[in-house]
Design a protein around this ligand. Structure first.
Ligand code: XUL
Length: 515
């Protein structure tokens, strides 16, 4: 058997991808969209529930239901799950799942007589999970940084300054606001390790790629960092799962999935990681220097790095690569896919109309600019509120170009630390749109490499399962046949001067609101 399954539990959907490494072929790629299936039952919009004041949660039981739907859908499409040799996966980063001391028993005793989500309903000390869009922990960020001895001290330990979405401040907030439920929490899992735990039928470890997104991990030793744990919440080490190597099997698949979905009893589950770390692998960034752009719910720009050095800690994050050898530097925008969608909806366009607007408007938009803060922004740290400069709010097409140009300009401005000038590999739903990519290519003045899939996190997960199963195979040999560019968008030299001038104007506009 040479088939591997990658599962990506991302913000808005759960995707499964089956690859065959013998002939480097993708056999299946299927997604379950959360809003489509669960907006009634869980009340989610864009996969999450916005409670106001920066509080954004999602629902672990919804992910459980989606996982089961994903397997049903793969089988309905004729895929024989008994041929899968190994599974790995990815989850939206930073989200935390709070489990009680009965969870291990519930997982172990899963029975095929009842759907999974009904059997796991009693497993939680908190029915919802704060996710990366939650920005309600500013106080906790200040407290943790102070407890550790300041921002520099924290960066030297974990590689990161603290951001509201990171698991550490989210855990501290739970401890402060509901100490009794915190006390009852036996395990704090990440989204990634939670899905892996269900498949194995016991609460399993996290990997260093996702562990680093907690801001509780010593970035060099790739183990929990006691100084930061102590600064965050009492008794935390007991509640966190151990950090494991990516190639250490989490276990074999639980009999529930053999009986209910037809998996083989030999199918092994390997540690899951974060969606961005898995995209690093799925885009082939297994050597230092290469850079990528993910246009998803969040937009992220990241690069594979050799050393555990965060060159711009005020804005950038540093995570461990799931290859357990490299690191990844990353910036994350809150106003990515949802900001593009907000403009589309505001002007009552569909995606074709959105794209037409990009075609009809000139590069540089005649100097019109937007700061697209439909929601509080992470990079730069800015409050909610859309700002227009020389931009007529009544002209749909100009506003469409303005939102995409703003995203491209900002990602250029805030990644001066990017050392190479090679191609930008792209993934995420937005990367299916060549007109959006053209703007990124021109603004960054780099070729953009499109990949055969926009689900690099799921592909990276499947590749990770294969590598863990056959660790002797070098990463580069494994990933290369899957990641060759399906199209290359070259920057247009005639736009260079326009975007260089616009970048200065954008920088000034950004600076004017932060002062
Ligand atoms: C990265 C981040 C998001 C989530 C959701 O730090 O917060 O990209 O991983 O995709």
């Amino acid at each position: 058997m040479t088939r591997y399954l990658g599962i990506d539990a991302s913000t808005q959907s759960m995707t499964g991808m089956i690859i065959d490494v013998e002939d480097s072929h993708t056999l299946a790629e299927t997604s379950i969209n959360f809003d489509e299936h669960f907006s009634q039952t869980y009340g989610v919009t864009h996969g999450a529930m916005n409670y106001g004041n920066g509080v954004v949660h999602s629902f672990p039981l919804m992910w459980v239901e989606a996982l089961e739907m994903l397997f049903d859908s793969l089988r309905r499409d004729g895929h024989d799950l008994s041929t899968i040799r190994g599974i790995s996966g990815s989850g939206q980063q930073h989200g935390t799942v709070y489990l009680n001391d009965r969870t291990d028993i519930l997982l172990k005793n899963l029975s095929t007589n009842k759907p999974l989500h009904e059997q796991l309903a009693e497993a939680f000390t908190r029915p919802s999970a704060p996710v990366w869009m939650d920005s309600s922990t500013s106080d906790q960020c200040v407290e943790i940084e102070r407890n550790v001895g300041g921002a520099d001290a924290l960066v030297s330990l974990t590689g990161n300054r603290i951001f509201e979405r990171f698991s550490g401040p989210q855990i501290r907030k739970f401890f402060e606001t509901d100490p009794e439920a915190y006390e009852r929490t036996a395990h704090i899992s990440l989204v990634s390790s939670f899905i892996a735990s269900i498949l194995v039928g016991e609460v399993v470890s996290v990997d260093a790629g996702d562990g680093s997104g907690t801001n509780l991990m010593d970035i060099r030793s790739r183990q929990w960092c006691s100084a930061v744990l102590d600064a965050t919440a009492p008794g935390l080490l007991r509640k966190l799962l151990p950090i494991t190597r990516s190639d250490e099997p989490a276990g074999t698949i639980h009999p529930y999935f053999i009986d209910r979905h037809g998996f083989s009893g030999d199918c092994r589950v390997f540690p899951f990681s974060g969606d961005n770390p898995c995209s690093l692998i799925g885009l082939g960034l297994v050597e230092a220097g290469a850079a990528a752009l993910s246009l998803g719910t969040s937009d992220t720009l990241f690069a594979c790095t050799q050393d555990a050095i965060n060159a711009a800690p005020d804005e950038a994050c540093l995570f461990s690569s799931p290859d357990d050898q490299h690191y990844m530097a990353l910036i994350c925008y809150m106003n990515g896919g949802l900001a593009r969608e907000a403009v589309k909806d505001q002007y009552q366009l569909d995606w074709t109309g959105f794209t037409d607007s990009l075609v009809q408007t000139p590069p540089g938009n005649g100097g019109a600019l937007m700061l697209p803060y439909f929601d509080k922004e992470i990079v730069p740290h800015a409050r909610q509120g859309v700002i227009r400069s020389n931009l007529d709010a009544s002209i749909a097409s100009d506003n469409v170009r303005a939102v995409v140009e703003a995203q491209a300009l900002s990602s250029k401005l805030h990644t001066q630390w990017l050392e190479n000038s090679g191609p930008l590999h792209v993934t995420g739903g937005g990367s299916a749109n060549p007109e959006i990519l053209k703007i990124f290519a021109d603004v960054h003045n780099r070729p953009v490499h499109c990949h055969p899939t926009t689900n690099a996190a799921a592909l990276g997960s499947a590749l990770k399962a294969c590598h863990a199963d056959r660790p002797d195979r070098p990463w580069i040999d494994l990933v290369t046949p899957f990641v060759s560019a399906s199209a290359v968008i070259e920057p247009d030299p005639s736009t260079r001067a326009i975007y260089s001038e616009l970048l200065d104007a954008y920088q000034q506009l950004e600076a004017s609101i932060s002062s």
